[in-house]
Write a protein that binds this ligand. Sequence first.
Ligand code: G6P
Length: 605
Amino acid sequence: MCGIFGYVGTRINAGQLVVDGLKNLEYRGYDSWGVACKNEQGDIIVEKDIGKISTVDSRQFSQRCTQALAHTRWATHGGVTKKNAHPHLSTDRTIAVVHNGIIENYQELRDELKNKGHSFLSETDTEIIPHLIEEEMKSTEDFASAVRRACKKFKGRYALLAMHTTSQTLVAARTGSPLIVGVGYEDGPRPERGAERRVEGYFIASDIPAFMAYTRTVQYLDDGEMVVTDGKNVIFTDIENGKERPKREIEITWTVEQAQKGDFEHFMLKEIMEQKESIARAVNQDEEQILTLAEAIRNAKGTFLVACGTAGKACMASEYFFSVIAGHHVNFAPASEFKLYHHFLQPESLLIVVSQSGETADSLEAMKVAKSKGAKVLAIVNVKGSTIDREADYSLRINAGPERAVASTKALTGQLAVLMLIAYAMAGKLKNGKTLLLETSSMINDMLNPRYIERIENLAERIKTKEDLYIIGKSWNFPMALESAIKIQEVSYIHAEGFAGGELKHGPIALIEEGTPCIALMGNDEVTTDILSNTIELKARGAFTIGVAPQRNEAFDEWLKVPDAGHAQALVNIIPIQILSYFLAVKRGKDPDMPRNLAKSVTVK
Ligand code: G6P
């Protein structure tokens, strides 16, 4: 989490540039922000504060400056205070550092530094970094070497970016948390074909949207690597032995427009609406590759799916897809719980890691566990070039385009579509699967019309003051009930819980009072009668029942009509809930794009 962005080059407004760019990384953390600019005298000037960087007028950083770094924080060590905000400085104020991740041995390092006379102003683990670099600079003139020596002493997962008053370079290092270099060419992001290109500067960021307005040519830093740039040249090396690591330049295809809000008030609503097209893009996969992967699952001695949060609910739904559509057993575990499953792993096992960002720490950790047992890893990701995308043996992309709202919406339906497609391929019915999913996508296109949305907005108005909300489902609608609860909780802060309909009478039904809103997700299939019975049980206890279903039923006090999508019902049923969650947040005065305490990309364990 935490967003990092730095620039060095010929542009003279580096301070303003990094602040503006960082506004595009606010989804990574938004409790405080900070910027360090090197002025014409070579001094490092730091500004920081609590609150959101989106509210900061970047023009206050328009002084001449060609080297700057900035940070938006998601607090781990130390509360949300101005002192704890990054950048942090060395004692002599010659070194500024921003950091993402956790330095696990920071207490030990801080005690050693204290014994050497260093004093600390914040409660963060980060602050030891500039102090340790300062200490290392006592035995080397070279800033990059001092950073390397310091990095070798760190334990944990981190990404850091540093600058020094007397060095023209920005130095960055990563072990576990993402960092990407943007190559700034003088002719901008869209070069003339065949033209010779000259570099004007380099950008270093936790994610591409920070610099997408300037370049779409990127170089990825891998774990255990450092990068040093003076704005003209860039060198990637191994932290451990200093050996140079050659890097390719990669062109990214996302556009600036895709990563902006456009006419929408919030990214969440924009991304919900984009499901009109994003599901079709997810389905548009190379058929040969899907068939090969289906074969790999069939031949694997055990297929495990791991993911976190919403992506995990897609995996859980796919257990039903593989069972019902392909008659094949797969196992899902939350990535954070996967470690102890290693007893079941063998070299012939397959791990499927599903992740929107491709950077989630627990998912990466699960990948490591599988690889240590020699098992193969298939990734299903949204972000091309992300760590999971690059480190997996095979990778499929859902092509949802950038997802900026913390609450995942279009990534979920893309993940469900790809997993379902593989299940159909395993059943020898890839074409049928593709047809069903494309039909579903066009049904969703029809569904997302202004009248439908207004209907849900009115429902949100009716229930916005409720304190509890329950959602039930059966089969693939059970994981969608869990996902519905996540959506409602994370943006509206209403207490919401999802259950398997059949589990109600084993406890949760005791929670139902007169007027408690309860949503039942259903399709038109062999479990519809069961889930209807559960809805009637709820109504009999006074619940205000909301049916998300293709047909009206007298068990529903309110009916949200969804198309009958057969095996793809999970994809259509979750959409009215995404819209409901959005309006519940807005009507309760909450910002759905930046829910409290959360971040989009969770790069700490
Ligand atoms: C965070 C996000 C969720 C997301 C989860 C997994 O909690 O807020 O929206 O589902 O991480 O992220 P991933 O990028 O791995 O899908």
